[in-house]
Design a protein around this ligand. Structure first.
Ligand SMILES: [Zn+2]
Length: 270
């Protein structure tokens, strides 16, 4: 047994089920793997020798895989001892668009959650559900990919406690009637104040968004429906485009994070 293996065996270890969100090269043959686990939150660990052709890890530590791990706790960095695939999403690496939308999910999680953040089983489940959904979509189906990204963004905001107010004015708390009706022609929304605004409060408000009844209903459904119920909702590309932008701006403003994947998707006009 070489000295490294001997030292790893002496370290305390733990088990984790995690989704791989990013990997970085380390030295000649190792990589650092960043993952999210429902019990431990963000895990960062080294996979020794994993970039060698005959590594014991093989392709198990590929991006977005759900893996069952045994990890040794180090003083500075944890070390992956064993990895088994629980689920791999084979269609993602075959479709450039699927891949960049999964990258978006990964970046939002990694930029907003740190190793010290409280672990969230709901967030873990959300990442899994959305990556699985993206994997199952038809190839290059950008409309459905954006719809899935809206779903991820809305549920992410809900889990971290930043749901917008969608039935009362977010400035004066007055109850807004008839919102879930197609009779309402325009509904005003403020990213900054976090929700819909009444006509009176909207008067002196800069940067308000105007939503049509269809856009409002889609936004409301995103925050209130499960994926199974949401999947079959018919919605136009223009509504998805509008709400995707709203969610992008909402996440960027309220988490104070600059998300490169959003910028990239804008740049390639998606
Ligand atoms: Zn108001």
């Amino acid at each position: 047994m070489n000295i490294v293996k001997f030292l790893i065996n002496k370290m305390p270890s733990y088990k984790a089920k995690a989704i791989i969100l990013r990997t970085y090269k380390l030295g000649e043959s190792d990589k650092i793997v960043k993952m999210y686990s429902g019990r431990d939150g963000i895990i960062s660990a080294v996979a020794k020798g994993s970039r060698r052709i005959r590594s014991k890890f093989g392709g198990r530590l590929a991006l977005f895989n759900l893996v069952d791990l045994e990890i040794a706790s180090g003083k500075n960095l944890d070390i992956i001892i064993q990895a088994e695939i629980l689920k791999s999403f084979k269609n993602i690496s075959l479709d450039f668009y699927k891949f960049i939308f999964c990258e978006l999910i990964s970046e939002v999680i990694l930029k907003t959650q740190s190793s010290g953040s409280e672990p969230s089983p709901s967030l873990f489940k959300l990442i899994y559900v959305c990556i699985n959904e993206i994997d199952n979509l038809e190839i290059e189906d950008i409309k459905s990919l954006k719809k899935a990204a809206c779903f991820f963004g809305a549920k992410f905001l809900k889990i971290i406690g930043y749901s917008p107010l969608l039935d009362v004015c977010c400035r004066c708390s007055i109850k807004m009637d008839d919102l879930y009706s197609f009779h309402k022609h325009k509904i005003l929304f403020s990213i900054r104040y976090g929700g819909i605004v009444c006509g009176k409060c909207a008067n002196n408000l800069k940067n308000k968004m105007v939503l049509t009844a269809s856009s409002y209903r889609f936004l409301y459904d995103l925050f209130n429906n499960k994926l199974e119920d949401f999947r079959d909702i018919e919605v136009s590309s223009s509504v998805i485009k509008k709400i995707y932008k709203l969610i992008e701006n909402y996440i960027t403003y309220h988490t104070d994070c600059s998300i490169d994947s959003f910028k990239y998707l804008n740049k390639i006009a998606i």
